[in-house]
Write a protein that binds this ligand. Structure first.
Ligand code: FPP
Length: 263
């Protein structure tokens, strides 16, 4: 029985490696954005408190980040806390605010070894000091790394981001620094928190929910959407590989008639 199980495991690893080789020969998405959903349900299924699901979800962040880095994805944006998540019970919010510290403090040596750079989008000022300090410290230490950008969306909301862009442009017009007629897509892009990043090619949402929940509404205009029933704490390398395979098999036309070439 054990021998049979071990044989099956070796075969699974072999086929995963083969799939990785195939995927690497085609176009790897530059930027993958993930709405990590289903932590609460994962915990409920196990009769555990919701925070146990978030803790398991944090472990998956490490696993998926390392795999995305191995595949040479350039940017991985993870929706870790939305502007609406403050409405959750205090005990859950406090727990979520502790995760960046726990995660980054233990993971920084590995981030350095793997050349991964930490960034953040969202309103940093409204985070508790210990959360902000942990993120700022990780951003500072990893700032010269050249590999994957691990971009946490923390206290992030897309509508408020767009409101800020509009206000800033309104001020610039009022002060005569820009003409209203010269506002175009690239001007708006340049004011977003993601101005320096490529647009996401793929948006993944776990747990079977099929909505955007105020996540990168402008930036996702041409992304391929991939929804999976898998709960975030169960997400793994195989799931990400499947998402990339699906992306590579889609015909991205950006509104024209011709598909792009993915190799
Ligand atoms: C949504 O699931 C998930 C969140 C609001 C938090 C996501 C955070 C993590 C996965 C950990 C982040 C790690 C770091 C290092 C910042 P849910 O609670 O809404 O699940 P449910 O819909 O099943 O209740």
């Amino acid at each position: 029985m054990l021998k049979k199980l071990m044989r099956k495991k070796t075969t699974d690893i072999q086929s995963l490696n083969e799939r990785i080789e195939i995927v690497k020969k085609r176009q790897i998405p530059n930027h993958i954005a993930i709405i990590m959903d289903g932590n609460g349900r994962w915990a409920k299924q196990r009769k555990m408190p919701r925070i146990a699901g978030h803790h398991e979800g944090m472990k998956k962040v490490r696993q998926v980040t390392n795999f995305a880095n191995d595949l040479e994805v350039k940017v991985l944006t993870l929706y870790a806390f939305s502007t609406e998540n403050w409405k959750r019970p205090k005990i859950e919010v406090d727990f979520l605010m502790n995760l960046p510290g726990e995660f980054l403090n233990t993971y920084i040596p590995e981030l350095m070894e793997k050349d991964i750079k930490v960034e953040m989008i969202g309103n940093m000022d409204a985070l508790p000091a210990h959360t902000r300090n942990a993120i700022e410290k990780a951003m500072e230490i990893t700032k010269d790394n050249q590999g994957l950008i691990l971009n946490f969306a923390m206290n992030y909301g897309s509508r408020i981001e767009l409101v800020h862009v509009m206000k800033e442009l309104a001020h610039e017009v009022a002060e005569g620094r820009i003409e209203a007629n010269s506002i175009n897509e690239s001007v708006i892009n340049s004011k977003l928190m993601t101005a320096h990043l490529p647009e996401p090619d793929v948006l993944i949402r776990t747990s079977g929910e099929v909505r955007l929940s105020n996540f990168m509404l402008w930036q996702l205009a041409y992304a391929e959407f991939i929804f999976t029933e898998v709960l975030w704490p169960d997400y793994n390398e195989d799931c990400l590989l499947q998402a990339i395979e699906e992306f590579q098999n889609r015909d991205r036309r950006f509104g024209s008639l011709e598909g792009d070439q993915k190799g």
